[in-house]
Design a binder for this molecule. Structure first.
Ligand code: UD1
Ligand code: CA
Length: 459
């Protein structure tokens, strides 16, 4: 059995360049805090424990993230990355290994970390490094004539020839816990920044005859950190592009992969098509052959096979059957359930409403707290008056009813099977099945009436 792995996530830093009240690691990327992405990568390794080192922002961090299974170690004051890791050591199993991650490096892949954890479990010190065209600001990886890593030198402490090194420390490393504990105890802060550098453990390891093994990310974006809102936006686009690529590889047509935002989980069947500028939030499931036209926002929804969502729809907390047609400009609110072949047209709002097979609500309607049967036709401008100012009431419309245009259904009220309501009806009592019900003032024509004419003033 592999020795227990503890993942230590450093997240105590201030993030000054964000110019924000919100702690940096709580800024969202794809709708989830940066720290949430790092936690997800850590979770994927199945570690014995995760410990987050926090400081700036204080208790907002553990409260917002809400992970009681995570150990939270307060670092106050912040005296450097070595000092930060020391705060986590009481939570570390000394028989195992420690993987250090940064809370502001959100796109790190679990596959990359897996390789490092394996090396550390065999007793090695594994360091994640990358070659950058512009290495300024980063710690440089110093190697000897044989190419072995001998130490890391921080940018601010580096000599001119060291500044020319393009291989840099990503900050991510994995090593046996007992050795780490010993080296941390020996750290000093005699350097340009007066900090306890975690990076100094590398030279200490080498002095004890350890070999440092370097690993590399599959792509540079994996190890990029967020220090500013511009960098945050850059990584957001990168992440969205990665998700778009994965969807296309799985058989989804994206009209423009640069104009898709998935802030959560989007699961698609075969041959779905998504047009430009759509946003998916929470968990969205599309069946086979679903089309989502441009400018739709879809959250926590299931959409059945063959359904077409036309442009500019807002769908939240809805379940839609197969072969339905939605929109353009439809709003489906939580509790909406549409059966197969339902048609919901423009400027129609549904809330907590169940609509049966092949029923149609095509224009300008509000249907809330309602049960609508099969093959019902609801005319333009129909409104369920579900709220009496204090309580909500249900409207029931049975199968094959026909609701004339501009009708108000004052709930609680039931329209019987096959009933017809005349246009303009205000229904306050149940309408019996198979009959015409209407409430309407009698039409009247006034004989001999004349339009008034405009008076002309005398000059
Ligand atoms: C660090 C590395 C550098 C590496 C770079 C990669 C050290 C000494 N240097 O430098 O070699 O190239 O990262 O980005 O390790 N943090 C704490 N507590 C502290 C200090 C930092 O939690 O007291 C956290 C920060 O929130 C951040 C991470 O550690 O997530 C790195 O800190 P930062 O100050 O950005 O380190 P760098 O100077 O960039
Ligand atoms: Ca940094």
């Amino acid at each position: 059995m592999a020795p227990p792995l503890t993942v230590v996530i450093l997240a105590a830093g201030k993030g000054t360049r964000m110019r924000s009240e919100l702690p940096k690691v709580l800024h969202p990327l794809a709708g989830r805090p940066l720290l949430g992405h790092v936690l997800a990568a850590a979770d994927a390794l199945g570690p014995a424990r995760i410990c987050v080192v926090y400081g700036h922002g204080g208790e907002i961090l553990p409260k917002t993230i809400g992970r009681p299974d995570v150990a939270w170690a307060l670092q106050e004051p912040q005296l450097g990355t070595g000092h930060a890791v020391s705060q986590a050591m009481p939570h570390v199993d000394g028989d195992g290994s420690v993987l250090v991650l940064y809370g502001d490096v959100p796109l790190i892949r679990a596959e990359t970390l897996q390789e490092m954890a394996l090396l550390a479990s065999e007793g090695a010190v594994a360091l994640l490094t990358v070659e950058l065209a512009d290495p300024s600001g980063y710690g440089r990886i110093v190697r000897d004539a044989r190419g072995q890593v001998v130490r890391i030198v921080e940018h601010k402490d580096a000599a001119a020839e060291e500044l020319a090194i393009r291989e840099v420390n990503t900050g991510i490393l994995c090593l046996p816990a007992a050795k780490l504990a010993r080296w941390l105890a020996g750290l000093g802060n005699d350097n340009a920044q007066g900090e306890y550098y975690l990076t100094d453990v590398i030279a200490m390891a080498v002095a004890e005859g350890e070999r440092i093994l370097t690993c590399h990310p599959a792509a540079e974006w994996e190890v990029l950190g967020v220090n500013s809102r511009a960098q945050l936006a850059g990584l957001e686009r990168r992440h969205q592009r990665n998700q778009a690529d994965a969807l296309m590889a799985a058989g989804v047509t994206l009209i423009d992969p640069a104009r898709l935002d998935v802030r959560g989980e989007l699961l698609c069947g075969r041959d779905c098509l998504i047009d430009v500028d759509c946003v998916f939030e929470g968990r969205v499931v599309l069946g086979d052959n679903v089309t989502v036209s441009s400018h739709c926002v879809i959250k926590d929804a299931e959409i059945g096979a063959g359904t077409e969502v036309k442009p500019f729809c807002h769908i939240d907390g809805a379940r839609i059957g197969a072969d339905a047609v939605i929109g353009p400009y439809a709003r489906l609110r939580p509790g909406t359930e549409l059966a197969e072949a339902a048609h919901i047209g423009n400027f129609v709002e549904l809330k907590n409403a169940q609509v049966g097979f092949n029923s149609k609500i095509n224009h300008l309607s509000y249907v809330g707290d309602a049960t609508v049967g099969r093959k019902v036709n609801i005319g333009a401008g129909t409104i369920t008056c579900n709220y009496d100012g204090a309580n909500k009431h249900r409207t029931v419309i049975e199968d094959e009813a026909f609701i004339g245009s501009d009708t108000q259904l004052v709930a609680p009220v039931t329209v019987g099977r096959g009933a017809t309501l005349g246009a303009g009806t205000t229904l306050t009592r149940d309408a019996p099945p198979d009959q015409l019900t209407l409430s309407r003032a009698k039409q009247l024509t006034v004989p001999g009436w004349q339009r008034p004419v405009k008076k002309h003033r005398d000059k």
